[in-house]
Every structure is written in C-alpha cells, then in structure tokens.
Write a protein that binds this ligand. Structure first.
Ligand code: CAA
Length: 696
C-alpha cells in the first residue's frame, strides 16, 4: 500500500486516512490505495468496520484536476465507489472541509456519513461540463428525493453540513477531530448491531415532472447542456433499477465528455485559476494595503468603495462638496443594504462598515495615510490630471495611485505626478461591487510591485484580475467596440437589432448587444462616437440612427425608451428604431437583405475573435486566456463556450479566418484579418498553444 492512504486499526475498526495534500484529490494513486485499503481491511481478522477520513484541510476535493485531459487509468472511480459500497464490512465516512464531486461520491458509497459543522459538500461536475459519473446521480436522489437532488446537482453549489443533514445526505453533524468522531460513530454502530446500509439498495425516488424540470434547467443555463442532462440522469434513478441507472449515468457522462461545451467549461475552469498567475510577479511581493482612498462617489466610485469595504479594507472617499458626499454615502449604504438583504453580511457588520470603516470627506488631506487610491471621476483627461496632481501632493510615499479610466492614456495621467512608477489602471466594471472582472492596466513605467498590489487587491475583493496593456478601451471595451460595430453593420445591411439580440441570446449571451446598450445608457456610446468622430477614417461605416434616438432624449432603460420600450416590467421593440433604420438605408442606397441567426452569430463572433487576436498579437493581452476571462467575467460571454478565443479554437482558426476573408470582400476596411490569426492558421496552430507557451 502506498503512503497516499494510511491504514491503522482501532479495535474492530480499520481507519483509511487519505493523505494527499493539499485537498486529498482522488489521483490514480489515491484510488488504488483506497482499493488496497478496502482489500486489507476485509482480510484483516477482527475488523468489522471501515472508517474513511481525510488528513489536512478537506475530506476529498474530488477528481485530481492535474489528471484532467489525460487518459483515465485504473482503478476507475465508479469501480472504487461500487467496491466500497459492496464491502461486507460496515463503512463510515467522516467528512470535514470540502467533499466535492468524486469526493462526495466516495462518501455516498459509504454506509453512514458523519460531518463536521463547517463541512461543505457538493457535486460541481456541471461546472466542468459533465455530470457526476461515479453514481452521484443515482445515489443522491435515493437519499434526498429527486427534487433536492436535481437542485444540488444542477447548481453544483456547496451545501453546508447542517443543510446536507436536513436533506438526508449526511446522518449526523458533530464537532471534534474528524477521525475521533468517525471512530466513535463506527464503534457505536457496531455496538448497536447496525447493519450495512448501501444507498443503492434504498428505494428509488418518487418521480417529478421530468420534462418540465429539464426545460426549466436548460432555459436557466441558457443552453448549457450538462445541468439539463443531469436531470435526465436523476430521472434514470427514479425509473430504472440501480445498475441500469448507473449505466444511463455513464452513457450521459461519456456523451458530455465528447462535447465542445465540456472543453469550453474546462478551459474556463483552468483559465480562471491561471489568469492572475503571472510569471513576472512570481517573486514580487505586493505592497501592504489596508486603507484605500476613492475619489468620486458616483455609481462607479460608490461601487468600488463598497467592494473595498466588503473586502475588509477601510475606505476614505473624497467628493467635491457636502451634497455630493452625502449622496455618495447614501449610494454605498444602498449597496450594503443590498448585501445585507441577500444574506451576504450581518446587520452588525453592515453597521460597522458604514460606521467605523467608511469615511466620506470633501478634503484631499484625509488621504495622507491611505495605502492605495482609486480615482473614479468624470472621464476627461483634464479632470483626471488635476486629481492626480492633488493626489501627488497629499499621498504618502509608496502609496499606489490608481485610475479607473476606461480608455484614457494612463501614461499621460501618470506623467502629471512626480511618481509615475506608482501609477496604474484599475478598471472596474459597473456595478463594481458585483461584477467580477478587474482589468489591471499597466503602463510601461509602472514598477512590478505596484502591478502585484493591483492583483492582490483584486484577489482580496474576490475579483478575477486580468493584466492589460494600455490602448484605447483596453482589452474588454476595445473588443466590444469591434463586435458592436459588426452588429451595427448588420443592421444597416438588413438585420433588425431585435433579430441580432435574439440570435446572440440563443448563442448563450445573457443579453444581446442592443439590450446591453439600453441598459448601459445610449448616451455612453453617443459620447464615445462624438469623441472618435474627428479622428475617424472616412472608410469607416457608422450608422447615424442611434444618434437620432439620443438627440430625441431616448437613452434606453433610464428614459423608458431606446432600442426597446420599457413600460411597467414589459419590454417591447421600439417601432421607431426600424423607421429610422429604414430611412437611413434608403438614404445610403442600401438594399436590405436577410441575415440568418447563424450568420449573425458567425459575423459577431468573427469580429470579436479578430479584435481579440489583434490584442494578443500586439501584446496588450499576454495570453489568449486573458482575453477569454475578460469576456467571461465582464461581458456576459457564455462560460460553456470558454471565451472567444477558445470558441475560435473549437471552430478551427482557419474556419474563422475564412469567414473574415469572405466578409472582407464586402468591407475590407472593417474586416482586416489579425496577423496573429493568419499566422496561427498558416502554422496549423491554435490559440490554446499560446496559453501553454512559457510567458516572456
Ligand atoms: N485536484 C487537485 N488539486 C486541487 C483540487 C483538485 N480537485 N482542488 C484544489 N486543489 C488544489 C489547488 O490547486 C490548490 O493548490 P496550490 O495551493 O498548490 O495552488 C490547493 O488545492 C488549494 O486550492 P484553492 O487555492 O482553490 O483553495 P480554496 O480553499 O479557495 O478552495 C476548493 C478549495 C474548494 C477545493 C477549490 O480548490 C475547488 O473548488 N477545487 C476544485 C474542486 C473540483 O471541481 N473538483 C473536481 C470535481 S469533479 C469530480 O470529482 C468528478 C470528475 O470525474 C470530473
């Protein structure tokens, strides 16, 4: 037996203690050692029960993520689970920390389960594009009933021990050393003459309305297959004998293994972890940050301040006058009330954050002691440079000076200070206390420990931080401009904004681009168009009809009218939009043509991929996965496609390039293929090859 599972006996109980730090993942060596441990216990005279327990911080966090993508090696997890359950000995699992995926499936194969109060269990396989594949979909419903099992499996959420006990997943919650508690439980069971209790022998769950549940889950997942297929697997547990149910689970698992969605989800899973892991920062310590300054208390500044408070930082917010300061405090209070109502913080903590941790002032002098300042004032170079001059005068040496600009040249802002190497961009997304994305925008002169501080702050705030170089719009907004333009061109050429939105929600986006514009406010893009107008190339095609909407004061949701009409909860296409569009087409001499949903999706995605490839090729994003994470966490890109560049890999880089070359025959100004896309296609490589290449 390897040292992955320690074996010892305590009277009639054999203890199998997993010791595969940090989280006892079920690697091949662990699976084999558990098999051998079961063999040994069964051969051990005098042993009548087995206790499975984990060393360190968790029972078992599931399959070993280091083995993902490699050919599976025996013993396979389903065989191990069946082996454990079929043992003639009485098997107890004592759980602490997390028991996830295969880890919970091992526990479900035991005959009794006991857990520490802080333990959490879950079947997160749907987040990897899969379903539980070692009996989880068959055993869990026999313990909880179908409805609860569907909820736990399709959400993939972590269930706290007390709830798991209420649901019938674990038998008892008891505080103490997991091994001691488990041993006492096993000994008591033996003493009471308790029988083995295999879950597979329990009655099948009662049926629910499977088709309605399937449809509901598919809709909620916006086309994600794995949760919906999990419903079918649970259905099998209710309708088939256990062994046939297991076979059905296996068949669905294998089908999902072969899908692009599974690849997209796995890519997202690893990229989410890799994105903030920058080799250049591996040995760079961030500066200590406990007190944060925020300049400006509008929606963005208040959101940033809220996020900092929730991360346990103290905040000094500077506004221009007393009225604005009061409004800023009210906004932050509103955000914190929301967190309180959603159960994210207690009343006591809510009051402490608003009381002791937050100071709202009108004088920059209050920033003398803060460790980091984030400026979130009006998007105008003159206004920002004035703020930075003030910051330079009052902030202590070593304080990090950050701007939340969305597109301005941060190098130019930094140049207004005597310490440009301490200046960085921290670009939050609205609402900043909710959205997970943080672009850490790094101008040339910024020193590495300031960059590391940006990433450390992002981590502390629970954000997904992505490094971006400086360019107009940075990674996300620059790409958005490209795919928005593709959508606008389709409208000029014959599609309706509503067809485009529908095609893209079908693709899996939370919202289509025109609905997003209405939500953001049409005045934002209008201001951008006006800013860009003087420098625009005359070959660029820009529709005028959105300007006409804005000139009439129609700014989207906030005015009740934009691309859509908003009235007491109902949302309808605004008929005026198509009148304006048709008038503009006539004026430009365009004969409109139809666009299929598939063509809409392909053009939109081609524009997104092309700009993303330019951004990677120029070094603005270091790796394709950086772009993928920006789109996933800031722009509602469907996780199951992995991100635009993973999507391009799955389509074939050459296929996407061929699309762009076709579109370029109509408009060779907008559709200029990215050099990197051409290069990868010529070399027969894909974007993911660049993710694997060592960073320079
Ligand atoms: N396999 C191998 N290593 C794992 C692991 C796993 N399943 N889960 C976590 N780790 C490692 C992490 O890589 C990390 O290692 P380093 O310290 O060397 O970087 C360490 O454990 C701690 O992880 P976190 O930093 O993420 O710590 P955390 O406390 O924030 O979270 C966790 C711990 C909840 C276990 C989280 O890591 C997590 O969710 N892990 C993934 C769990 C999972 O999805 N398991 C697979 C389920 S699917 C399955 O089991 C069936 C199947 O066949 C697909």
């Amino acid at each position: 037996m390897t040292d992955m599972v320690a074996y010892e006996t305590h009277g009639a109980v054999a203890v199998l203690r997993l010791q595969n730090p940090p989280v006892n993942a079920l690697s091949q060596a662990v699976r084999q050692a558990l098999m051998q441990g079961m063999d040994r216990a069964e051969a051990d005279p005098g042993v009548r029960a087995v206790l499975i327990v984990g060393d360190g911080r968790a029972f078992i966090a599931g399959a070993d993520i280091k083995e993902f993508g490699k050919p599976p090696r025996e013993p396979h997890l389903p065989d191990l689970c069946d082996r454990i359950e079929a043992s003639p000995l009485l098997v107890v699992a004592s759980m602490h920390g997390v028991s996830l995926g295969g880890g919970l499936e091992v526990a479900l194969s035991a005959h009794y389960r006991i857990a520490q109060p802080e333990a959490r269990i879950g079947l997160p396989e749907v987040h990897l594009g899969l379903i539980p594949g070692a009996g989880g979909t068959q055993r869990l419903p026999r313990l909880t009933g179908a409805k609860a099992a569907v909820e736990v499996i399709t959400s993939g959420r972590h269930v706290p021990a007390d709830e798991a006990a209420r649901l019938g997943i674990i038998d008892r919650v008891e505080a103490g050393d997991p091994q001691a508690v488990g041993l006492a439980c096993a000994q008591a069971l033996l003493a009471s003459g308790a029988a083995r209790r295999p879950v597979s022998e329990m009655p099948a769950p009662a049926p629910i309305d499977w088709d309605a549940t399937y449809a509901k889950v598919l809709k909620k997942g916006r086309g994600q297959l794995s949760p919906a297929q999990a419903v079918r697997a649970v259905q099998a547990s209710a309708e088939l004998p256990f062994a046939d149910g297991l076979a059905a689970e296996r068949r669905i698992f294998q089908e999902l293994m072969a899908t692009d969605q599974r690849q997209g989800m796995i890519h997202a899973f690893f990229s989410e972890r890799a994105v903030s892991n920058l080799s250049e920062l591996a040995s760079v310590a961030p500066r200590a940050v406990e007190a944060v300054g925020v300049i400006g208390g509008g929606t963005m500044g208040a959101g940033i301040a809220t996020s900092a408070l929730l991360a346990g930082l103290s905040v000094v917010l500077v506004e221009r006058g007393q009225t604005a300061a009061e409004a800023a405090r009210a906004r932050i209070a509103g955000n914190l009330d929301g967190a309180l109502n959603r159960g994210k913080l207690t009343q006591e903590r809510h009051d402490a954050l608003l009381g002791q941790a937050l100071e709202v002032v009108t004088d920059y002098a209050a920033l003398a002691d803060v460790d980091l300042v984030i400026e979130a004032v009006f998007e105008d170079m003159a206004v920002k440079t004035a703020v930075f001059a003030e910051l330079d005068a009052v902030c202590k040496p070593g304080a990090v000076l950050a701007t939340n600009t969305s597109y301005l040249d941060i190098g130019e802002i930094a140049a207004q200070t005597s310490r440009p190497s301490d200046v960085i961009g921290l670009h939050f997304f609205s609402p900043a206390h909710v959205m997970k994305l943080l672009e850490v925008v790094v101008p040339d002169q910024t020193v590495p420990d300031v960059v590391a501080t940006g990433f450390a702050l992002g981590k502390r705030m629970g954000k997904v931080a992505v490094r971006s170089g400086v360019c107009d719009g940075f990674i996300g907004n620059r790409i958005m401009r490209a795919y928005r333009t593709a959508a606008d061109h389709m409208v000029l050429d014959g599609a309706t904004p509503f067809e485009i939105d529908a095609a893209l929600t079908d693709f899996g986006f939370a919202m289509g681009p025109f609905a997003v514009s209405d939500l953001a406010g049409l005045d934002i893009a209008w201001a951008m168009r006006k800013r860009l107008a003087p420098t625009r190339d005359p070959r660029e095609r820009v529709g005028r009809y959105p300007d006409t909407l804005c000139e009439a004061g129609e700014f989207g949701r906030k005015t009740g009218k934009g691309f859509y009409l908003y009235d007491a909860g109902s949302v309808e296409p605004n008929p005026e939009v198509m009148e304006l569009v048709m008038a503009e087409r006539a004026e430009r001499g365009i004969t409109p043509r139809g666009f299929s949903p598939e063509e809409i999706q392909r053009r939109y995605m081609a524009a997104m991929v092309n700009e993303a490839a330019k951004i990677v090729g120029e070094g603005i994003a270091r790796r394709p996965l950086d772009v993928d994470m920006v789109l996933l966490f800031g722009y509602g890109f469907p996780r199951y496609h992995g991100g635009p560049l993973k999507w391009a890999d799955l389509q074939g880089v050459d296929t996407v390039l061929a699309d762009i070359e076709t579109y370029a025959r109509e408009d060779d100004f907008f559709w200029q293929p990215a050099p990197l896309l051409r290069q990868l296609a010529a070399e027969g490589r894909c974007f993911d090859d660049l993710n694997k290449a060592p960073q320079t």
